[in-house]
Design a protein around this ligand. Structure first.
Ligand code: PLP
Length: 396
């Protein structure tokens, strides 16, 4: 039996390679950081991690993780509702709600699970989900698992959203769902207009804060801070796997009745293991740090604008951004791959993205700036961009 499918699988792999879509994994031998070491012995500056605040290797979080291990053990061996809830889990949920100014929080193993388990418990075939066309894969999967009517509006296109809201008036409840920051362009969702339309057409709003929380807004509270709409969004999902330490873990935070129902009915919560104490204790420490100071956000924001200015002055075509994601537009797929390769030779690790990850003819290098970067790192990155850009005739 296996032979038949084996042949099929080999063919599939061939076609992935032929299409140039095979994803190689580079092997890192150091902790995740602004500067990393590869298994080839090379040391490179890392501009492609979601380590926006530089917390992935932060001594205070490592210490808190160790304390969590010592005081609460290694693993939970249980889901939350059987015997997988420690005082630490409750404490972290409360901290997350305080951070976002929401009523209650529920933890998941990852935001992929939070998004996968948020719609189905709450909505039925009588309801509607109105989703941005560039939303994350986990939102798309979550929508698929739910029987609600599906409407898709073009990325951040408010006229299109309004059209879809009009169509969805037939349904009982409506939920507009959007990424807060879109990961390929770095643009933020126009939350002020979304809230206005939600009011006008009687819809709930859900945002996915994964690339936004910790980054966007003066103190990193995300798009609800940026647009001054704290408390006006019913559902927020997010991850502990990006700016917030980068380990693992996801959450849904928002209106308390919604969170209560998720604890009873959300399948990834009910049927998957509880987060380990070390991760939870480090999470608590991380939110304490966020409550004390926003110096990491200040550093990240100044790093981002410093880098943007230098790149624009050098003549690069940069997409407008309000996050720490900077899209350096090259348009040509092959060029984006050559560019990234040459950047690595210069000691800079960045990734070139092209169709189907981004639209055809929209290939780019995505740069992710971090508070872990120092001025000299940013300068070195810009110098490499200029050198490679000239060599490949991208800039003069
Ligand atoms: C990364 C990401 C996720 C998944 O988060 P995990 O915690 O890694 O599962 C979900 N949504 C968006 C928008 C993301 O960028």
């Amino acid at each position: 039996m296996y032979e038949k499918i084996q042949k099929h699988l080999r063919k599939e792999m061939e076609s992935i390679r032929e299409a140039g879509l095979f994803k190689e994994e580079r092997i890192i031998t150091s902790p995740q950081s602004g500067e990393i070491e590869l298994n080839t012995g090379e040391k490179v500056l890392n501009f492609c991690a979601n380590n926006y605040l530089g917390l992935s290797n932060h001594p205070k979080l490592i210490e808190a993780a160790k304390e969590g291990l010592d005081s609460h053990g290694f693993g939970m061996s249980s889901v939350r509702f059987i015997c997988g809830t420690q005082d630490l889990h409750k404490k972290l949920e409360k901290k997350i709600a305080e951070f976002f100014g929401t009523e209650d929080t529920i933890l998941y193993a990852a935001c992929f699970d939070a998004n996968g388990g948020v719609f189905e418990p709450m909505l039925t075939s009588e309801d509607a989900i109105i989703s941005d066309s560039l939303n994350h894969a986990s939102i798309i999967d979550g929508v698929r698992l739910c029987k609600a009517h599906r409407y898709r509006y073009n990325n951040a296109d408010m006229a299109d959203l309004e059209e879809k809201l009009k169509m969805a008036q037939e349904q009982r409840f409506r939920v507009i769902v959007t990424d807060a920051v879109f990961s390929m362009d770095g643009n933020v969702a126009p939350m002020d207009k979304i809230i206005e339309l939600a009011d006008k057409y009687d819809a709930l709003v859900m945002i996915d804060e994964c690339h936004s929380a910790g980054v966007v807004g003066k103190t990193g509270r995300g798009v609800t801070e940026l647009f001054d709409i704290r408390g006006k969004v019913e559902i927020i999902t997010g991850t502990l796997g990006k700016a917030f330490g980068g380990a693992i873990g996801g959450f849904t935070t928002g209106k308390k009745e919604i969170i209560e129902l998720l604890r009873q009915r959300s399948r990834p919560y009910l049927f998957s293991n509880s987060l380990p104490p070390s991760v939870v204790n480090a999470g608590i420490k991380m939110f304490d740090m966020m409550a004390e100071t926003h110096e990491l956000q200040d550093k990240l924001h100044s790093n981002t604008s410093y880098f943007m200015d230098k790149m624009k002055n050098a003549g690069f075509d940069i997409k407008p951004t309000e996050s720490a994601i900077i899209a350096v537009m090259l348009y040509d797929a092959k060029l984006s791959q050559d560019f990234a390769e040459k950047m690595l030779e210069e000691g800079i690790y960045v990734i070139g993205f092209y169709y189907p990850v981004v639209p055809k003819g929209q290939a780019r290098i995505r740069v992710q700036v971090s508070a872990a970067h120092e001025k000299e790192h940013l300068d070195k990155c810009v110098e490499a961009f200029i050198k490679v850009g000239k060599k490949l005739n991208v800039i003069k």
